[in-house]
Design a protein. Structure first.
Lengths: 299, 336, 335
């Protein structure tokens, strides 16, 4: 059969940056979420670099001052510079969020993969545990655990641990479901025909395709972690010395901040929390669309 | 004479329900044999539900038969371990129907070709591997520069399927299972792909099992044919003989319904009785009896295979009077 | 057996004039349809053939005004039974669909709603496209009767009315889709690869069904596909599309015995038949990307008879005897 070599014209392929911005324009959720998150990160980094971090702790500066040039977010009853407290609080919230989020996601990925790919007894056990633990009211258990810990033992890390304890089931079930569908796909059969072993298929073929889902699960876990740790802190069960957002609000409440007209004390942490959770929620929505090509709006 | 591949009385039954109440027989006592030294192209023809896909999965070792055995070079494939298993994997390859599904969307199309080179150690260096890929792609009529480095969604269906065939070419298997390789490809590109498959047998000694429902392409590519209907062999033999003078009523129906691109050869007057029934319905005797225009009372008994001539046999009581052959001997009929 | 239709020449039901559709992507503008003209009379069957990317499915969607962004209908007219569908309001178009022009999409059998009974879906179709205010409005009982009649005309038992989609086989589901398309007796039926996933016997059944119902209601049918064999069995006229342009339009006998356009010739030559076993005549080269069409005639890079003028100027459609239209410089326009 004759074959003619033909000059193939070059198709204009737009640069990666153009495609990225184009996508952001269409996927507004992701765009907004990332933007707010970036602002918060910038704020925190700037604060960490420039401020005197010891001012985040009691008896550092003049107390009960409203917002001014010297103290942009005011000071509280205990003599904490609330701007510095916010910066350190954001940093620590981020730490808890990422720690708990990463741990929860890691467990989810490991257990989810193992359950789905190998099936059988393993799947039954893992799936069973997940399904039994899911309806348990996590917050209640977390409050009990945190409440029964010695005050001195409560650190950021124990907080993260407490949160993960009852949050890992979600990602496990989601990842498991995704792997179950993926392992029936034909490219997995072809990989087997090409001599790939089970491990190679899990890490080489299936895992890369699940990255959007894993990312979405991670963001979700961070959301849950930030929210849960905030709630625990607001109830006074957090590491009381640290200027966590929740702690600040709890402290403000115990000192009847609103009655004393120290409105700036609880308001700014509340706003900050809304921004954090809001940005995470937007990113989650955006990732949902990225992961599911059917929802993805046409380019 | 060793056999490359042998299916011995293979059946596959799927059962549903807690107490295995409902069962579907996907394949019923099928025996086939392919010779090691005489590569051939055999086509397994049937509509959906005939068991042809089940057969492909069994041949590739992805599922196990409910009864019967499958031998590759004399060894039962489900007992192969280690080196032998790797050899089986390397020598038995497939080309699937959907050109898109075989690609992992995360990687470029190179991945499909580079993985087997790596796993089967077909090249000693990266450049040698690339040479192999380029050679295979050129052989199927693609320009490597247009295709390598691209993602599957950036290429057309025809290009993707050609890459699949290039992969098969590159691996030089002993046996290639082609499951409807051209049904999702434009009619104008089919010629190219079929020619490559035929070339594999002629030039590289690869035995091809071409699974399809399209008798037109089967006629052009294959030497022998096995017609399946609901898991049973209806007719088998030399492809020219069977298509030009089909004996089994089902084969006759199939051949009659081929849309020949020839206005002087329009669809015949034979009436078709649709298959309105549930696939899981238990049929006693000949599977085709409910749709057969020539059905007799006798057909409630499973008809044996009657041999009509050197290269044709059909399982139908209309041919009673001809010598009966056992299902295991069917491969004797198939020319090479 | 599918008989060639006897048509009445005066009853033109479909006229497509200079239809233009483009898709605007990040990588540029792709001209999916670049000036297509067609005429169909009542009872006529037209086959629209072409490779993937030739524009045939876009043609169907454009006629139904179902092109979604980033695609856009940029010009031309689609006149069905006197009304130009491109320029009427959205509401009027909604009513026109199914009642004037019906569409059986590719893989239609997979688009039947799995949780609603077949009968309910058919009734929904009628209610959605019939005009409440006109005198055509019929009662629910009459609607049900009409649905059952439609089912019978596609050779299905009327108890299918109460069934769910998963209880039917592929061929049966496709015939349900055909039944839905004839419910309101449209003038034009467009079937886009109606048998692509079906085996040869079911395919024949479905095609014979389409033929039968078309005769019953006197509609014109456009069959879109790439299987020339199916065209030879079924249609009266064949239109060959390439890169969004209509290369040749001939009646089926002429197209198979004496194709004029080089692309059509290559297509016919590549078809397998019983005589030339083992001979494969593929078409060399590849269809161009719509984003970067070659100048002049779109087929010139692959044409064995290419001339200088083919590379720079797109040929005008020429009418040849026997009501054939070709777009090729081999047949210059009559002076």
């Amino acid at each position: 059969m004759a074959s003619i070599t033909l000059p193939q014209p070059e198709i204009y392929r737009p640069s990666r940056l153009t495609l990225l911005f184009g996508y952001m324009r269409r996927n507004i959720g992701l765009g907004i979420g990332l933007f707010i998150l970036l602002l918060l990160v910038a704020f925190t980094l700037y604060g960490l670099a420039t401020a005197d971090l010891s001012h985040a702790y009691p008896l550092s500066v003049k107390g009960k001052q409203p917002p001014s040039w010297e103290f942009p977010l005011g000071t509280d009853f205990f003599g904490r510079d609330l701007y510095v407290a916010m910066v350190v609080g954001l940093k620590e919230t981020a730490a808890i969020g990422f720690l708990a989020g990463a741990l929860g996601t890691l467990i989810g990925v490991l257990l989810g993969f193992v359950a789905a790919y190998f099936g059988g007894w393993l799947d039954l056990i893992i799936k069973g545990i997940c399904q039994i633990l899911t309806p348990i009211p996590a917050l209640l258990i977390q409050v009990i655990i945190a409440g029964s810990l010695d005050k001195r033992d409560v650190t950021i890390y124990t907080m993260a641990f407490v949160v993960v304890l009852l949050a890992w089931m979600g990602p496990t079930l989601v990842i498991r479901a995704q792997v179950l569908t993926m392992k029936e796909r034909q490219f997995v059969s072809v990989a087997k025909l090409s001599g790939m072993g089970d491990l190679g298929i899990i890490f080489g073929e299936i895992l890369p395709n699940l990255l959007p889902f894993i990312a979405a699960a991670f963001v979700n876990q961070v959301f849950i972690a930030v929210y849960a740790s905030f709630l625990l802190a607001v109830l006074g069960l957090g590491p009381l010395r640290e200027p966590l957002l929740g702690n600040t609000i709890w402290a403000a409440q115990t000192q009847s901040a609103f009655f004393n007209n120290w409105w700036w004390w609880p308001v700014f942490p509340a706003v900050a929390l809304v921004l954090i959770l809001g940005s995470l929620a937007f990113i989650n929505m955006g990732l949902d669309e990225l992961a599911n090509p059917r929802i993805r709006r046409a380019e | 004479m060793t056999n490359l591949l042998e299916l011995k009385n293979v059946s596959k039954i799927y059962s549903r329900g807690l107490l295995s109440q409902v069962s579907t027989t996907a394949l019923n006592n099928v025996s086939l044999r392919l010779d090691d030294h005489e590569p051939t192209v055999m086509t397994v023809a049937g509509e959906s539900g005939s068991g042809k896909t089940t057969l492909a999965m069994l041949l590739l070792g992805f599922i196990e038969p409910t009864s019967g055995q499958i031998f590759y070079k004399g060894q039962d494939i489900h007992t192969l371990r280690g080196e032998d298993r790797m050899m089986f994997r390397r020598e038995v390859q497939a080309v699937f129907q959907d050109p898109f599904a075989v690609f992992n969307p995360f990687y470029t199309v190179d991945h499909l070709l580079s993985v087997p080179i790596d796993r089967f150690k077909l090249a000693k260096s990266k450049s040698e591997a690339r040479d192999k890929m380029v050679e295979a792609l050129t052989a199927v009529g693609l320009r490597p520069g247009d295709v390598l480095g691209r993602f599957p969604h950036q290429l057309s269906g025809g290009q993707r399927q050609r890459i699949n065939v290039a992969r098969a070419l590159m691996l030089r298997p002993k046996l290639l299972v082609a499951d409807e390789p051209v049904s999702m490809v434009d009619a104008s590109l089919r010629a190219n792909i079929l020619e490559t498959l035929r070339g594999l047998q002629k030039n590289y000694g690869v035995s091809v099992i071409y699974i399809t429902h399209d008798l037109t392409t089967a006629y052009h590519v294959a030497k022998s044919i096995v017609v399946l209907y609901r898991g049973c062999v209806m007719e088998a033999g030399d492809v020219d003989t069977v298509i030009k003078s089909p004996q089994h009523p089902y084969t006759r129906l199939l051949v009659d319904s081929i849309p020949w691109p020839d206005i002087n050869r329009r669809w015949g007057e034979t009436q078709i009785k649709a298959r309105e029934m549930d696939l899981t319905e238990q049929v006693v005797g000949c599977r085709f009896s409910s749709r057969c225009p020539f059905v007799m009372d006798k057909c409630s008994q499973d008809p044996p295979l009657f041999q009509l001539n050197h290269y044709q046999a059909a399982s139908c009581y209309l041919l009673e009077g001809n010598p009966v052959i056992a299902p295991e001997k069917i491969s004797d009929l198939l020319p090479v | 057996m599918i008989a060639p239709s006897t048509t009445m020449k005066d009853s033109v039901v479909l006229q497509v004039r200079n239809l233009q559709v483009s898709y605007y992507t990040d990588a540029g503008r792709a001209r999916a349809l670049d000036g297509v003209d067609l005429t169909l009379c009542a009872g006529e069957k037209l086959g629209l053939v072409g490779e993937s990317g030739s524009g045939k499915s876009t043609m169907a969607l454009a006629m139904m005004r179902m092109i979604k962004p980033p695609g856009r209908i940029e010009g031309g007219q689609v006149i069905v039974d006197g009304t130009d569908l491109i320029h009427i309001s959205d509401k009027a178009m909604l009513k026109a669909r199914l009642s004037k022009i019906a569409y059986i999409p590719q893989g239609a059998m997979n688009s039947l709603n799995p949780v609603i009974r077949i009968g309910a879906q058919m009734m929904d179709a009628i209610k959605a496209h019939k005009d409440e205010s006109t005198s055509d409005w019929i009662s629910a009982a009459d609607m049900e009767k009409r649905c059952k009649q439609a089912l019978e005309s596609v050779d299905l038992k009327s108890n299918v009315f109460k069934m769910y989609a998963h209880e039917l086989s592929g061929g049966m589901k496709q015939r349900v889709c055909i039944a839905i398309s004839i419910l309101l007796r449209p003038k034009v039926i467009i079937a886009d690869e109606p048998t692509s996933a079906l085996d040869v016997v079911t395919q024949r059944q479905v095609m014979e069904t389409i033929d039968r119902v078309q005769e019953q209601i006197g509609a014109a049918v456009i069959l879109i596909g790439h299987d020339m064999g199916l065209m030879a069995q079924f249609v009266d006229k064949v239109a060959v599309m390439y890169a969004g342009r209509l290369m040749e339009l001939s009646n089926v006998r002429d197209m198979f015995t004496d194709p004029k356009h080089p692309y059509a010739q290559a297509l016919i030559r590549s078809l397998p038949n019983l005589e030339n076993k083992g001979v494969f005549n593929g078409i060399p080269g590849m269809a161009p990307a719509l984003l970067q069409l070659p100048g002049g005639c779109a087929f010139h890079p692959r044409c064995p008879y290419v001339m200088e003028i083919c590379k720079t100027q797109r040929p005008e459609p020429t009418t040849l005897p026997g009501e054939r239209i070709v777009e090729c410089y081999l047949y210059p326009a009559n002076a």
